[in-house]
Design a protein around this ligand. Structure first.
Ligand code: MN
Length: 262
């Protein structure tokens, strides 16, 4: 079993190397990560430009490391080809900053894990909350323990887990909850910044009010509890919406007859 480690904070990230080091206790590890920070890039892949892969000096014995001029999802796709048949699990992180609720849709950390999951690997995304001074050691140890458990127990039933760890000393972490995604965890707004012309905007984030639903990931983190959220890709397998089949032919006819909406 080989564990593929990636992230969206880039190959130089402290969290990436702390994670890879701990995972060597579980299985052989390979690192394939973006050469630069790609946070908030979501599921983006690079189709219109060539991607360069460079072997980088590894700080961990027997761990090969590569930097990629692409996105976290690119890293998984490339590694699946480069290490064909060798990967059994993808662990993405340790991200510097939480990935909670709806934010999993823009997170490069979670997207890399999803890309792994879609390719048939057990996949974990692991993040530590907070804006700076992230404590990555406990999160890395937890990731190793969880990876071991998944490898031993989940077999062909692939899992996709989003793990968030409070940025606290281990002694102050209150427990581990299995959670579901909160909704509306952040509100993104465009703020005009006015220092002359041309005017420009910056997208900024505001946290919503305290969450009261104790089943959610946000609630857990607010309480100092580690959150493990099982994810799946049902977004891609929605039930067919109730649109009558006859609509298609009438739309097509209107199109041909150059009808406009009334
Ligand atoms: Mn990041």
């Amino acid at each position: 079993m080989t564990i593929l480690v990636t992230n969206d904070d880039g190959i130089s990230s402290e969290g990436l190397w702390a994670l890879a080091r701990e995972l060597t206790r579980v299985a052989p590890v390979a690192i394939v990560a973006p050469d630069k920070e790609k946070s908030s890039i979501g599921t983006a892949v690079t189709l219109r430009w060539p991607i360069r892969v460079d072997r980088v000096e590894s700080a961990i014995a027997k761990v090969d490391a590569y930097s990629v001029t692409g996105t976290p999802s690119d890293c998984i796709i490339l590694a699946s080809t480069m290490l064909k048949g060798k990967i059994d699990m993808v662990v993405s992180g340790i991200n510097h900053g939480a990935n909670l609720g709806d934010d999993v849709l823009i997170s490069g950390t979670v997207a890399a894990a999803m890309q792994g999951y879609l390719r048939g690997f057990h996949s974990l995304a692991v993040s530590v909350e907070g804006l700076d001074n992230h404590r990555v050691d406990s999160a890395a140890k937890l990731a190793a323990l969880l990876s071991q458990w998944v490898g031993d127990n989940c077999g062909s039933d692939k899992v996709f887990l989003n793990v968030n760890v409070p940025n606290l000393p281990l002694a102050e972490i209150k427990g581990i909850n299995i959670t579901r995604l909160s909704s509306g965890t952040h509100i993104d707004i465009a703020r005009e910044e006015n220092d002359g012309e041309p005017r420009y905007y910056r997208l900024v984030r505001h946290r919503t009010d305290k969450v009261s639903d104790d089943r959610t990931d946000v609630w857990a983190i607010e309480q100092g509890i580690i959150s493990i959220t099982p994810l799946h890709t049902s977004l891609l397998r929605r039930p067919t919406p109730m649109i009558p089949v006859s609509l298609c032919s009438s739309l097509f006819q209107d199109l041909h007859n150059n009808h406009h909406p009334a």
